[in-house]
Design a protein around this ligand. Structure first.
Ligand code: SF4
Ligand code: SF4
Length: 320
């Protein structure tokens, strides 16, 4: 498995990475909330197997996990991070925090986190100016944006400083909030043709395609619009399974078995739930109900099929 990973250039940015990127969202405070030492051990294992690209974010609070994985490495992996910061001061703090906690002299890729439209991007003027200054000083190599929407891709068309796009892409179109996959992919294709580096987030639909890992990952790998896939991992077994898949090697049965044992649960972000009831109507198991205009799950009835999540208009149900 070691050191055989395919390497690619992220568009015209000049940044070369492995096709498999270690996504740290799954071990973050937003999902499993893994201790940094444990997370660092899992990331370090991926680096040992040849993975050379890590995706993190200010909001994930996984800088300590990354730091634990890279501190003793002579050759640092490529690291992408992102921030929701809107003002100059907020973004300056975000960059300083990333550099300090991860113990880096410079950052490879810094993204504007979850852009929703051109207006939303322009509303971050102070943050844009801040990152442009860091780029000019050579302390950030490339800028970009991450988005879940077609509208959110627009700044990448309109602004040359956006060199890299992190977009939600999976075989079912899960998590793309304002378009179908058939509408989303042509826009990405145009950006890619313009030389933007494109990497995919949620290739396993936030966990909903975990029952079909290799076909789901290979679907995204074969898209001519995508350079790299950021895959969330939270166990050594998942790392080994994904490295095999990206090396086009068969996954050993015992690795598959261990990866399957990674516990999953249905998680509902009730603070986002709008109480529309759409998920309740689509749960054949009768596991969901509304109480005080918020959805609740009866875990004893839930079979983790993930069908309810596909129906949620605000993407607040996940199998993790
Ligand atoms: S994951 Fe499946 S069984 Fe569980 S609540 Fe959702 S639809 Fe129902
Ligand atoms: S579909 Fe989403 S927003 Fe609607 S009730 Fe279910 S969890 Fe809440």
């Amino acid at each position: 498995m070691r050191n055989e990973m395919k390497r690619v250039l992220l568009g015209n940015s000049g940044i070369e990475v492995t096709e498999l990127c270690f996504g740290t969202l799954t071990m973050s405070c937003l999902q499993t909330d893994m201790p940094s030492a444990e997370g660092g051990r899992i990331i370090a294992h991926a680096l040992e197997l040849g993975v050379d690209f890590i995706d993190t974010a200010q909001a994930y609070r996984t800088y300590e996990h990354v730091a634990a994985a890279i501190k003793r490495r002579k050759n640092k992996p490529v690291i992408a991070t992102k921030s929701h910061a809107r003002t100059y001061e907020e973004m300056n703090k975000a960059v300083e925090q990333a550099l300090e906690i991860m113990g880096l002299d410079r950052l490879d890729i810094f993204l504007f986190h979850l852009t929703r439209s051109e207006e939303d991007y322009l509303d971050r003027r102070g943050a844009i100016d801040c990152l442009l200054e860091y780029k000019q000083k050579g302390l950030i190599r490339a800028l970009g944006l991450s988005t879940h929407t077609l509208e959110g891709l627009k700044p990448a068309f309109n602004h040359t400083e956006i060199e890299i796009v992190l977009a939600c892409i999976n075989s079912k179109g899960l998590g793309i909030n304002d378009a179908s996959l058939d509408q989303f992919l042509p826009a990405l294709r145009k950006l890619h043709a313009q030389g933007k580096g494109v990497y995919a987030m949620k290739p396993l639909g936030g966990g909903h395609l975990f029952h079909d890992v290799a076909p789901s990952l290979n679907f995204v790998r074969r898209l001519d619009t995508v350079d790299v896939l950021a895959v969330g991992m939270k166990s050594v077994a998942e790392v080994e399974m994904n490295v095999c898949i990206f090396n086009d090697q068969p996954v050993p049965a015992q690795v598959q078995e261990r990866a399957k044992q990674v516990s999953k649960q249905l998680k509902i972000y009730t603070h986002i739930c709008q109480g529309c009831g759409s998920c309740v109507a689509h749960c054949d198991q009768g596991a969901l109900s509304l109480q005080d205009e918020k959805v609740v799950v009866d875990q004893s009835k839930c079979i983790l099929c993930g069908y309810c999540a596909e129906e949620c208009p605000v993407f607040c149900i996940r199998v993790i």
